[in-house]
Write a protein that binds this ligand. Sequence first.
Ligand code: PAF
Length: 288
Amino acid sequence: MRIARSFAELRTFLPAFRTAPLCLVPTMGALHEGHGALVDRGKDEGGLVAVSIFVNPLQFGPTEDLARYPRTPEQDIAFLEKRGADLLFLPRPEEIVPPDATITVNPGPVGTLYCGASRPGHFEGVLTIVLKLFHLLNPDLAIFGEKDRQQLFLIRKMARDLGLSVRVTGHPTVRESDGLALSSRNRYLSPDERTRAALFPHIMNAVGRKWEETPPKTSGEILALRTDLETRLSREGFVVDYVAFADPDTFMEVSLPPPRKVVLLAAVFLGKTRLIDNITLESGISRV
Ligand code: PAF
């Protein structure tokens, strides 16, 4: 695996990779099996796989966990070597975000909903850095985890709205055996919180099943399902940040009559740790 630590090194290495389609997996490091699955997916697509690791300060709010966000470059390099990645881009923060940079990408209305409402400026920071990575590496394909479903929607929309040639693909969320979605932030959980965290996807699934079995017909019924989800989560000690039912095509809150497919999104706090998850609901099918 080649490691490029600057734009200049990237420019030196990239021509050798242009002989085959290039797939980019952007990450913030602290790599886990979820990232591993994205690398595997890139390899399955047949080309060369580049991974970027950059803890992007632009997507953290002033009171968020930027300083304590896990940074494990040595383990990440070993992980990627073993996984068969072809190129690692590990830029220096000052190079990728110049201190006097003022130009950013506006994510539009969906950028202010859900995670964007609780983390103002978050998606502007994400899109700005992702666009920069696309520009620097010029990949044919980019793969993102579906756990960050709103992020995936906005990156796809950016690619479409700005006419980028990269194909943006989502990959299903990888979960622990008890159902908890893998996340670099799971390592913040105490053993007790970690056990409790598995209830988060289970409770979402339980309420999701109710939607699938009897899709709501009125806004009152949608509200009742949201309240049910919030109540069940609070009862188990989660502090609910938001729960929402979104239309997968627009990512706006569903309107009536609801579409056949709906994304149930939620974010909760368990102690100081913020967890997010989402599931796709499909009315008229039975979930196992
Ligand atoms: O999903 C992430 O890890 C980050 O938001 C991303 C896409 C690498 C941008 O910093």
